[in-house]
Design a protein around this ligand. Structure first.
Ligand code: OOB
Length: 550
């Protein structure tokens, strides 16, 4: 990797290469290869716009040339905050062609998150839409730039849509393809030179962690490891050139992008269709029109999809596999979903840090409905341990520790956090509490990390608590997750105030003004005289949760 930071040992790397997991091919080169194998096949569909593999390849060159024209090059980090649209994929491969590194921001992120990402990654550019979901991202970027101050590296804001004062994404089209040294003649020699000498062991992208401490961490993923992530999932899901994958969840989410998602589909020669929103109406119309074969959902979408399917007014005949993951899927929904949509259900328990578990397409129904799958790689090491770090027998709940060919060995630029987030022999401490069955399948039974999982959206408690304390009326605060019918978990803020506590709306407004993404606002605010403490003096969140049950 270009940055000095914890990574796999030489011996492990050699083993992963020898096993064929790491194939030594960059994403820039992979797209070139895909264009020569599948040139005329449709790779990408967004509304009425379609790109064949050859188009996508040429477009990546054009985008790369445009970015290079702005002075962006190998190793540079670029924050990509785009909603579900083809441009996400075009920008992503354009960056790969340059050996530049996309940082996957979420569309809902606001000033605090984006500023933090830009600073942590030392990003030289951000790619944003003009407006999305009634929000002006150019305005957001003006605030982010103001916060960076004169020492900041952020030089460019590239806008998809009306650029306002910033750089327009579209004129990249006008850049002559042959203006790029990496473009025009598609020989094998050029494929090697695609990414200006980028190595497959280099950093290819930075994903966001759900976060447990303060602000989100960045997860370094290499070309070798991330391509394996996508390919291992694609093999298990039996993807091929006939696959038509519908990207319903945010496209920059690891689940949607590479489990197997967008990358797995493109590596198999299939077609990616982009859904602009996750509603079943939008999705079903696309499934009908494009003959979609596979998609992925988070659990809160499942009842809406089943509801709409029961209207009987859609032809979902092409749809074969629906993955559900990101949060625990209730067993009852797991059992009903297959028959309701006429599909095979696959549970997905994954993490941006690496490890992906999938139920297999031929697993017995009981395993599919009651477990969250098993690791995708034979070289995924999984340990389930007790509070003292000792392995527990199968069937007993414990913390999941993991390492393997696509699981990080250290967060990006987070030396101190890395000391506790990993064991001395390189296992990542997931903070998830699981039970392992003799078949290797895992059941997620809880969590020890201080995070709320609101229907797949991860809310780091500490980050929100810190911001709650900036409200003038609040003197102490604790955010906890409580069971919720719709979201699986909703967030409740317990606050201590000298006078009257602010209401939920006021708190949401305050956090919005502080620049926090809206999904992090508490669903409920409860005033307490004081926060209960544990024996060692930490806030006792279990006791707080019990308060609500009374
Ligand atoms: C996915 O990735 P992240 O990084 O947003 O969140 C990871 C965490 C896990 O550690 C676990 O706490 C939770 O999300 N989680 C699940 C789950 N899938 C993820 N908890 C219960 N049941 C599940 N099926 O969420 C993610 C990344 C790739 C693929 C799928 C999900």
């Amino acid at each position: 990797m270009t940055e000095t930071q914890p990574t796999w040992s030489e011996a492990e790397s050699a083993r992963y290469r020898a096993a064929g997991h790491w194939q030594g091919v960059t994403f820039g080169a992979r797209l070139r290869q895909a264009a020569s194998f599948h040139g005329g096949r449709v790779a990408l569909v967004d509304g009425d716009r379609r790109w064949t593999y050859a188009d996508l390849d040429a477009e990546a060159d054009r985008v790369a040339a445009g970015l290079r024209g702005l002075g962006i090059g190998r190793g540079d980090r670029v924050v990509v905050q785009l909603p579900n649209c083809a441009e996400f994929v075009l920008v992503w491969f354009g960056l790969q062609r340059l050996g530049a590194v996309p940082v996957h921001a979420m569309p809902g992120h606001r000033r605090r998150e984006i500023s933090h990402l830009v600073r942590l990654a030392d990003a030289v550019a951000c790619v944003v839409p003009d407006r999305h979901a009634r929000f002006d991202h150019r305005q957001l970027m003006s605030e982010v730039r103001a916060e960076q101050g004169p020492g900041g590296l952020l030089r460019h804001v590239i806008v998809v849509g009306d650029p306002g004062p910033y750089d327009d994404f579209v004129p990249f089209d006008a850049v002559r393809v042959d203006a790029s040294p990496a473009a025009s003649t598609h020989t094998d020699a050029d494929a090697d030179a695609d990414a200006d000498g980028t190595d497959s062991a280099d950093l290819a992208l930075l994903l966001l962690s759900g976060g447990t401490t303060g602000l989100p961490k960045l997860i370094p993923r290499t070309h070798d490891d991330y391509a394996y992530n996508a390919r291992a999932c694609a093999d298990i899901c039996a993807l091929d050139a006939q696959t038509v994958y519908l990207a319903v969840l945010p496209i920059g989410f690891n689940f949607t992008f590479a489990c197997p998602g967008v990358l797995g589909t493109l590596m198999a020669g299939g077609t990616v269709v982009v859904a602009p929103d996750p509603s079943p109406q939008t999705a079903f119309a696309l499934i009908e029109r494009e003959r979609v074969t596979m998609t992925s959902l988070t659990p809160p979408l499942v009842p809406h999809w089943m509801d709409e399917a029961s209207s009987g007014s859609w032809d979902l005949g092409s749809l074969a596999v629906v993955q559900v993951g990101g949060a625990r899927l209730p067993e009852d929904h797991a059992r009903k979903l297959g028959p309701a949509l006429g599909v095979t259900v696959q549970q997905v328990f994954g993490m941006a840090e690496g490890l992906i578990n999938l139920t297999r397409l031929d697993d017995p129904e009981n395993l599919v409905c009651t477990t969250q799958g098993r690791p995708v790689s034979p070289d995924d090491d999984v340990l389930v341990v007790d509070a003292d770090g000792r392995p527990v027998p199968d069937g007993t709940a414990g913390e999941l520790l993991t390492r393997g060919p696509y699981t990080l060995r250290g967060y990006y630029r987070a030396e101190e956090h890395n000391r506790t987030a990993f064991t001395p022999d390189g296992y990542y401490r997931s903070g998830d509490v699981v039970r392992r069955l003799p078949t290797g399948h895992l059941v997620v039974v809880g969590r020890i990390k201080d995070q709320i999982n609101r229907g797949g959206e991860k809310i780091p408690a500490v980050e929100v608590e810190e911001q709650l304390l900036t409200h003038p009326a609040i003197t102490a605060a604790a955010l906890v997750g409580v069971p919720d019918e719709r979201w699986g978990e909703r967030s409740v803020a317990f606050v201590v105030c000298a006078g009257a506590a602010p209401g939920t709306r006021e708190v949401a407004l305050h956090l919005k003004e502080r620049g926090l993404a809206a999904y992090k606002a508490p669903d409920e605010v409860v005033q307490v005289p004081s926060l209960p403490l544990t024996a060692v003096g930490k806030v006792d969140k279990t006791a707080l949760t019990l308060l609500l049950r009374r």
